[in-house]
Design a protein around this ligand. Structure first.
Ligand SMILES: Nc1ncnc2c1ncn2[C@@H]1O[C@H](COP(=O)(O)OP(=O)(O)OP(=O)(O)O)[C@@H](O)[C@H]1O
Length: 210
């Protein structure tokens, strides 16, 4: 088992508590987390990424008590084991495409000799020295996928990677995530309200605001 979550709940100040179904994910497995806008998908992803602490419940990643980790231990574990594709790319603006990936390596204390290959796989090698300020939206999104893969994590978490894309690009991005995660042997959780993604990943659960 790569990831298991039990009895997770989270409360934003002044809001009703969000409760989440348990998740069990094997190594290299993909899971789609579906749910309407506001149901708590991003919150769940933030909990699984250690970006928010659950009120209750536990998360284990690779038999480590991940939800107990704090501070530097949490940041390093996340950097080395989890790649996150955020809803918005959040790239480091003054830097080039390649340097954004190198920064991921720096924070994860990893050295990936294959960053240029990764950019090639994602159709970005001609943009490797470009400032991220000059990228199109689609290119920026692919850089954010490349950055999530840069440390060859065991787990990839992607938040709404297709919500702003047409059918053709949705298919491309999902294929890319599937191919690249299987290339590095990573498991993947995609959180989305986009029912089209169901055509590509059969294993799914639903988040319902309760
Ligand atoms: N920082 C916050 N403070 C207070 N309430 C919040 C905060 N962030 C989210 N919420 C509320 O928590 C609930 C779940 O939000 P969340 O962003 O996890 O849902 P979501 O399913 O990802 O939505 P979407 O698909 O629109 O991104 C919503 O009711 C939202 O209004």
């Amino acid at each position: 088992m790569l990831l298991s979550s039990k009895n997770l709940s989270f409360t934003y100040s002044g809001q009703k508590t969000l409760y989440f179904e348990d998740i069990q994910l094997n190594e290299k497995e993909s899971l789609l987390v579906l749910g309407k806008s506001g149901s708590g998908k991003t919150t769940l992803l933030n909990l699984l990424a250690g970006l928010a602490k659950p009120d209750q419940g536990q998360i284990q990643i690779g038999n480590q008590p991940f939800s107990d980790y704090t501070g530097q231990k949490l940041d390093l574990f996340r950097g080395q084991n989890i790649g996150i594709v955020f809803q918005k790319p959040h790239l480091l603006a003054p830097l080039s495409v390649l340097d954004n990936l190198r920064m991921a390596n720096f924070f994860g204390k990893k050295k990936n000799e294959r960053l240029e290959q990764l950019l090639e796989d994602l159709g970005l090698s001609h943009r490797k020295n470009a400032s991220v300020l000059t990228l199109s939206e689609g290119e920026a999104q692919r850089v954010s996928i490349a950055r999530a893969l840069a440390n060859e994590p065991k787990l990839i978490l992607a938040d709404e990677p297709t919500s702003s894309l047409d059918d053709e690009n949705t298919e491309k991005v999902i294929q890319l995530l599937k191919e690249q995660s299987s290339k590095i042997g990573a498991a993947m959780i995609i959180v989305t309200h986009d029912q089209r993604v169901k055509n590509h990943i059969s294993n799914f659960m639903e988040v319902k605001a309760s």
